[in-house]
Structure formats: structure tokens, C-alpha cells
Design a protein around this ligand. Sequence first.
Ligand SMILES: [Zn+2]
Length: 506
Amino acid sequence: MLGYFPVPYQDELLYSLVARYAQHTGLVGNQKSIVREVFSSSTAVAVPDLPSHLSSLVNNLQLAWPTSVEELIKSFTLAPVYLPFLSQQQASKTISSMRSDSGGDIHTRSGIAASVIKQQEYFRYCPQCLKEHQMEFGECYWRRIHQLPALGFCSNHSCLLEYSSISFHPREKHLFVAANEIKLDSSIRHIELKDIEGALHDRYEQLLQASQFKGLGYNRWTLFYRNLAVELGLVKNSRVCHQEIHRLLKRTWAGTTFEDQFNYSENNYWLTNLFRKHRKSFHPLRHLLVTTALVSELSVTKLLEKVRRLPEGVLVPSHFSKKVTVQNAAEYRYSWVDMLKRHPSAGVKELRSTERGDAIYAWLYRNDKSWLMSNRPKRKVNSQSHYAVNYRDWDAKNVAHLESVYEVMANVRNRPRLTRTRIIKELPRSNSVEKHLPDLPATSQWLTDHEESVEDFQLHRLRIAYEQMKSNDLEVKRWRLLRTAAIRIELVTPKIEAEIRRLEQS
Ligand SMILES: [Zn+2]
């Protein structure tokens, strides 16, 4: 039984928690003891993405941190990213391997080892995130979002992730290395992220937080993509237009870090296979690349919900209904008109380059051409003057939007610190807002008034900790407040000290 275990930071890998445990208890370097103490086993292997021995760990944690295997899997491993896309059998095998003391072949069992998209070889980090952690917590840790296959950037800081020297598939099988123990001092390399890359990042993050533990299975996913092709008018004479889907996606992702995923090959091209009957599971990234581009309005939760409602084992119909419903046409017309309104000065070419623009255009062109031709955008006006006029309006809209979401945003439990960048992400077209801040004085001022300092954030965490203690009938004690709020003693400022005293007495 462990008498102590570190309090997890937001989005921390379990691997990182074990490594910090070793540091805090002075066990670094004594691999065998760490594994024996934490997992009650000398065979537990340091697997960062899909760790096993979780039942034993939960047992050992009862005193220090009452938790469950499900919570560990959901919040501190990479399993949530894979599970929904597996067959039901693969998903339950994966979970039982993680629970058990024999997780050796877990990657093979789940079919994850077979994917072309590989887990990166070394732990990755964002230099700026790391700096902030160091400042806020006095130590740093390995975040899940930085270890996702093929996601090579931090969207909070618009920069590339850097590789550490710590292997993600350690040669020394029992070695846990904390982010603090090694030199992580690469300088930040900024990149210009397109909106759609930001959207994909957010979906990957939503997937990490989704708790869909059941594999949805091949049949449901097959049906989902077939229906999608029909809805988007990408089916002609009962056949899926694979070439068109390829062109559409290639164009959407051109110039992004994911461009390479769309190298067409006649045989065995994943995108073609995705729109055929599924015979194996597809990597989460591939699902995200397609759904982010084609159904941007569906959040990951809604997407999984939609797929879950499809039949699990019914035979797939061999042809599609050719009927274009009136309902469909109405929706596409509506989306097109809406796009014209939102981009009053854009021409057809520009409209087609927006997130869903090309799909909408393609559908209308094929199914509703005469209407489309009479609803083309007016001739392009001078875009310079358009932007000049619009700044003030944009500025005001931003402030109104922020006012309307702030209350909810600030009151989310376990939320991250509300930095300027984090708040901006709430806004539509957040990447552009960030770039044009000097032209948006009211937005800028609002951000200055509302962004949270490290100290503010610690005060917020203290209050959450206090509420937790009250609702669990625990006595409010200084040490307990500090521990639950994850504030290190050396970082306690006079203001925090005063707040602790106030909470202890109230
Ligand atoms: Zn970052």
C-alpha cells in the first residue's frame, strides 16, 4: 500500500506520475524497487501509452488516491484515442490487458501495432508549455496531448513539439524517467497553423477526453462513411467517387503538416479503403483527418454518438439510394447562403477553400446546379476596404462573445489556467484573432483584464480544493489544501498564505 502518490497534473500520463513518484520519494535509479512498490510486481513494464498492472496499482493507491482502473485508463493513458475505432473484442481485450498483470502483447492484441502511423520513438514536449509548468508548479511533467501519433505541434503556442532523449519504448523495460530529470531546453520553433490544423488538434484532444470504452466495430464505421458519402453527394450511380474524395481531402489538407497522409496510390490507399467495407480498424488520426474536413460541425462526442446509434451487425447494403432528398438540398442551399453571408467579399475559389466550402459546392454542383449558378457570389469588391471597415465590428463581436462564454469557462473544474492564448481559443477564427490583436483594441483590453496570472490560478485551485474537502466532510487543513491544489510549498506567496488562512477558518 502506498502512503504517498503525486497528485496528477492536468492531462498527465500515468507513466509521468510514476516517474515523479520515484523522484519525490528518492527512489530514482532504483528501477526494481519503484516497480515493486507501485505495481507490487517485478515484471511491470514502463509502457507510456497503454500501461498494464492497473488493478494492482489501484489496490496500492487506496490510501493515497482512491481511484479506479477506468479513471486511470480514461484520464492518464492514450487508450481513449484508440478504443472507439476498434472492434468490440479488441477494445475489451485491450482494457483487460491494461487491468491485468500481463500486458506484454497489448499493442498486438489491439491491432495498434499493425498501423502504418506509428507512435513516435521519443517523448515529446512543447518548450513553452514546459516553461509555464515550471513556473506554476515548480516541476514539469509529460503530457498526453504531446505524445499523440502524428500530432507534431502545440496549438496553444503555435509551435512544433520537440523530441526529448527519452525513448517512448524504453530499452530498459522498468525505467520511468520524469520530465524534470533530463535537459529539455530546445528553443521554441513557431509555425503558422491553419485553422483546420487547429480544428484537428481540438478533436484529438476531445477524443482523449471522450470516455467511449467500447469498440464501435467495423460495421458501424463502414456504415458511417457510406452514409457520409451519400450525404455529401459523393456517390454517383450507386458508386462512391473515391477520386473525388481524394481530391477534396488533398486540397483541404494541402500546405498543412498532414499533407503527406494523402499520397494517392492505386492499390491499398487507406482513404479508398475507409469508404469501403472495413476489414480492420483505421488509425484514429485517419478518422480525424476525414471527419474534420468533411463534417466540421460534428464534435467528437456527437460523432461517436452518431456512430454508436448505427446497427452493429447488420449487413451493409450493396448499393445506395440514388434519391436526393429535398431535405438534403435544403440543407446544402442553406449552408451555401450562410457561407456567402459570412464571406461577403469572397469569390467562388475562396469559398471553396474554406473548411467545408468545397464539399458544399461539390454537392450543389452535382445535384442542384441551376440553383447554384443563380446563387454565385457577386463580383469581388475591393478586399482592402472590406477588411478596413470590418475591424471595429470584429472587435466588438469578439468582446460580446467572450462576455457570453467567460462565466462558464471560468467555472469549469480542473480547467487549465486561463492564459491569453487559452481564452483566444474560445473565439471563432482564433488564429486570425491572435495575429490581428494590435488591430483589435477592445479584444486586447478584455484579455488583459481577464487573463489569469499564476497566482490567480493557484487561488482558483485552492477554492476548488476547499469545496472538495467540504463536500467530502474533510477537515480543511493547510497541508491538505496545498496538496489537493497541487501547490508546492516553496511557491506559496503572501497572498496565497492569506487565502489558506481564510479558508482554514471559514
Ligand atoms: Zn505549448
